[in-house]
Design a protein around this ligand. Structure first.
Ligand code: NAD
Length: 301
């Protein structure tokens, strides 16, 4: 056991907290509840909590229709989820997963506010797409019990969870979260704590390059997406995928790569910056590289 660690046994996880009821936090709450954990879900914006519960209901209904889960599974899972806007709702949790907006200062403030409410043995994970786990851990009172648990979007469908140790993460913490990943029905890949880890280190520069291709007029939105779908056998085109991830998140990840690796090849495309400044952040805002106001998304360029 490491001197800094507050525990030496793999703690049993019964209750999981999720901070941020956006597209990812809602998905994490969904899979945790279906795995039988008691779930507490928080957001600063109360309307996001209602929206998130409605989305979970809809998505579980789809799973029932496909025969993946029973009506009873759905009913039980939804019954395990409690929501609230106060950070104190996490006081009884064994693990808390931070999944708020991708902004380092905001995440640090959340973590500082969270720690005094937690049990000493509670573990904290962050679902950050790119920010240093070690830096986020350093503002907590338990860097040994802190690590990255990076889910993929949409969480109920995507099999991978990237597990990232900070420099101080202790082995019982890693093992507990690895077991939890298995109980969620996911497969883990372990990444070291470098900017954007594995998936986004490779995926986001590709998306950024697609935005450059659009910016330079190499092709329109539809041509670029069709080219990658049919020419590289990708299930979604890169611009469609960018809208799905959220252009604000894409920009935040590129900025972390650019700042963290100090290489101009990671320079965020000015067109991506402009879309985010306009509030055109993709599906979640109704407009990004496609306009989502009609049934079939319409390319905007
Ligand atoms: P989102 O914009 O859909 O949701 C973020 C939520 O955080 C919002 O509901 C917001 O109200 C809430 N929030 C902001 N400040 C808060 C606070 N102080 N306390 C509680 N809630 C707060 O974003 P998202 O796509 O769900 O991303 C969330 C996290 O997941 C980010 O760190 C992102 O990098 C990561 N992530 C995103 C994806 C993706 O594809 N979108 C994939 C993997 C990981």
């Amino acid at each position: 056991m490491e001197a800094s660690s507050g525990h030496n046994l793999t703690p049993e996880v019964n209750s999981v907290g999720v901070i941020g009821a956006g597209q990812m936090g809602g998905g994490i709450a969904h899979v945790c509840a279906l795995a039988g954990y008691n779930v507490k879900l928080s957001d600063v914006d109360e309307s996001r909590l209602d929206q998130s519960l409605a989305t979970m209901d809809e998505n579980m209904e789809r799973q029932v229709a496909k025969g993946k889960i029973s009506n009873d599974d759905k009913r039980k899972a939804l019954g395990l989820i409690e929501t609230g806007t106060e950070i104190s709702i996490f006081s009884g949790c064994d693990v808390v997963i931070e999944s708020a907006t991708e902004n380092e200062e905001l995440k640090k403030q959340i973590l500082r506010d969270l720690c005094p409410h937690l049990k000493p043995e509670a573990l904290i994970c962050t679902n950050t797409s790119s920010i240093s786990i070690t830096r986020l851990a350093s503002v907590t009172d338990r860097p040994g019990q802190f690590m990255g648990m990076h889910f993929m979007n949409p969480v109920p469908l995507m099999k991978l969870v990237e597990l990232i140790r900070g420099i101080a993460t202790d082995e019982p913490t890693f093992k507990t979260i690895q077991h939890m990943t298995v109980r969620l029905g996911k497969t883990s890949a372990t990444a070291e704590d470098f900017p954007a880890f594995i998936v986004n280190r490779i995926l986001l520069p590709m998306i950024n390059e697609a935005v450059y291709a659009l910016y330079e007029g190499v092709g329109g939105v539809e041509s670029i997406d069709t080219a990658l779908r049919l020419g590289a056998n990708h299930p979604m085109g890169p611009l469609e995928l960018a809208d799905f991830i959220g252009l604000d998140t894409c920009l935040a990840v590129m900025q972390v790569l650019y700042d963290g690796l100090a290489d101009t090849k990671y320079r965020p495309c000015p067109l991506l910056v402009k879309y985010v400044e306009a509030g055109w952040v993709g599906r979640k805002s109704g407009r990004g590289f496609y306009d989502y106001s009609t049934d079939t998304p319409v390319p905007t360029r």
